[in-house]
Design a protein around this ligand. Structure first.
Ligand SMILES: Cc1cc2nc3c(=O)[nH]c(=O)nc-3n(C[C@H](O)[C@H](O)[C@H](O)COP(=O)(O)OP(=O)(O)OC[C@H]3O[C@@H](n4cnc5c(N)ncnc54)[C@H](O)[C@@H]3O)c2cc1C
Length: 392
């Protein structure tokens, strides 16, 4: 590898890095790029889902080559006080399909899975085990790191893909089944019918601590499946412990982890939906914006991405405020009330919420009416500092 000279090195072949590499290759096929991923495959072990309305036309075109499961008949949410069917189409992509598609779509010499980067700098990357790759532009898309500069709580979950012995009978995704016991968090089960006998069941907690007890969650998924009559073979499992950011000093956070002259993108760069911790629509929009500016010199592109991150932080303040209500104003077992109430609002407002495109009027409508948390606690939460997002 020594001596190879690149236009762009993308470090970290997760969702963000993979989409950035693909978007650049589509927009500027002559650019010599490399997508450098420490793991053996791109995307790790994930299933990413999103609402069709989250993506603009261009974003849809970027995602089109990836095989997706889609549910045009809408989705369902369930709460103790009401159940609702929403018409928004839902989609899902498995990381194994993401990996296969990227290997097909990117130039062969761009694919560098199984390669860990030891050090990044403005002029290139040093590979673990030796070797330096010169690159005019370096984009950092390594995983997000916990930071004491940010505050909030955690989204902890475990998902299981089950191949049932007989048809499960579920026709549309259940985005939140919050009728389950709450167990000291906002807990809900998420269900995706992947095929007539294939079902994906995820047990999720908006919890104060980043603790994931695999055995306990596994038992709860099994109990939920058994209660619905779903038995069969486990095809795969995934887990996540994602920060739910409710505040902090974003500029200090980026300063802490940014490498001078290197563009910092992905969840690590702050390109997430603060409340859902999802990144798909934001990662797609960012990939397209970076591809449109891939001609910029490394340092300039780094500044461009930094400005986008700051703008994104400012534009998503409302979701961090809702997160404060969830974690700091509501009693853990009553957190579900916030979503129960939210899901009574008009469907277009709910769609814009997931896409992180809530209008001022949406924000007003979300906050008016009888609050689902006691007002003194809400005020204290808004004025409070929140808990630092550090693990261990
Ligand atoms: C299990 C799970 C399910 C999720 N489901 C959804 C969903 O349905 N919808 C949604 O929008 N979001 C979802 N998310 C949230 C978010 O979209 C994902 O976390 C997303 O994968 C973030 O993408 P990323 O590329 O920024 O980071 P990552 O996916 O974490 O990718 C970072 C990559 O960098 C690599 N890397 C790290 N260090 C180095 C190094 N030194 N050298 C080379 N490579 C390195 C890592 O191996 C990793 O592959 C989910 C998250 C998890 C964990």
């Amino acid at each position: 590898m020594n001596g190879r000279s690149l236009d762009i090195a993308v470090v970290g072949g997760g969702l963000a890095g993979g989409l950035i590499a693909l978007a650049i290759h589509r927009a500027q096929p002559m650019q010599r790029i490399a997508l450098i991923e420490a793991g053996g495959s791109f995307g790790g072990n994930h299933r990413w889902s999103w609402f069709t309305g989250d993506l603009e036309t261009e974003g849809d075109a970027l995602m089109a080559p990836f095989p997706q499961t889609s549910w045009p008949a809408g989705n369902t949410v369930r709460f103790p006080a009401h159940e609702r069917h929403l018409s928004g189409e839902y989609r899902s992509l498995a990381s194994a399909d993401f990996d296969r598609a990227l290997r097909r779509l990117l130039p062969q010499d761009a694919i560098m899975a199984g390669t860990r980067v030891e050090r990044l700098c403005e002029h290139g990357v040093e590979l673990a085990g030796g070797g330096f790759l010169d690159a005019a532009t370096v984009i950092d898309c390594r995983d997000a790191v916990p930071s004491a500069h940010l505050t909030g709580g955690w989204q902890v979950f475990m998902g299981r893909h089950l191949r049932c012995d007989s048809p499960h009978g579920v026709v549309r995704p259940v985005i939140m089944d919050a009728t389950v016991a709450q167990l000291g968090a906002y807990r809900f089960v998420y269900v995706l019918p992947l095929g007539p006998q294939d079902i994906f069941v995820e047990d999720t907690y908006y919890a104060d601590e980043p603790l994931l007890d695999r055995a306990t969650l596994s038992g709860r998924i099994a109990a939920y499946c058994a209660a619905h009559g779903w038995t069969g073979e486990t095809i795969g499992e995934e887990t996540g412990v994602l920060p739910v950011v409710t505040g902090g000093d974003f500029a200090a956070y980026r300063r802490e982890i940014a490498v001078p002259g290197v563009a910092l993108a992905g969840a690590r760069g702050g390109f997430t939906h603060p409340l859902t911790s999802y990144t798909m629509p934001i990662a797609v929009a960012n990939a397209l914006a970076i591809a449109g500016n891939a001609h910029l010199a490394g340092g300039e592109l780094a500044r461009f991405v930094d400005r986008r991150a700051q703008d994104h932080w400012c534009a998503t303040r409302f979701y961090r405020m809702l997160g404060k209500m969830l974690f700091d104003a509501a009693e853990p077992d009553r957190r579900y009330k916030i979503f129960e109430r939210f899901y009574r609002l008009p469907e277009p407002l709910i769609e814009r919420f997931y896409a992180a495109r809530s209008t001022r009027l949406d924000q007003l409508r979300t906050l008016t009416g009888r609050p689902p948390v006691p007002i003194p606690r809400a005020i204290a939460a808004l004025l409070g500092k929140g808990r630092p997002l550090v693990q261990g």
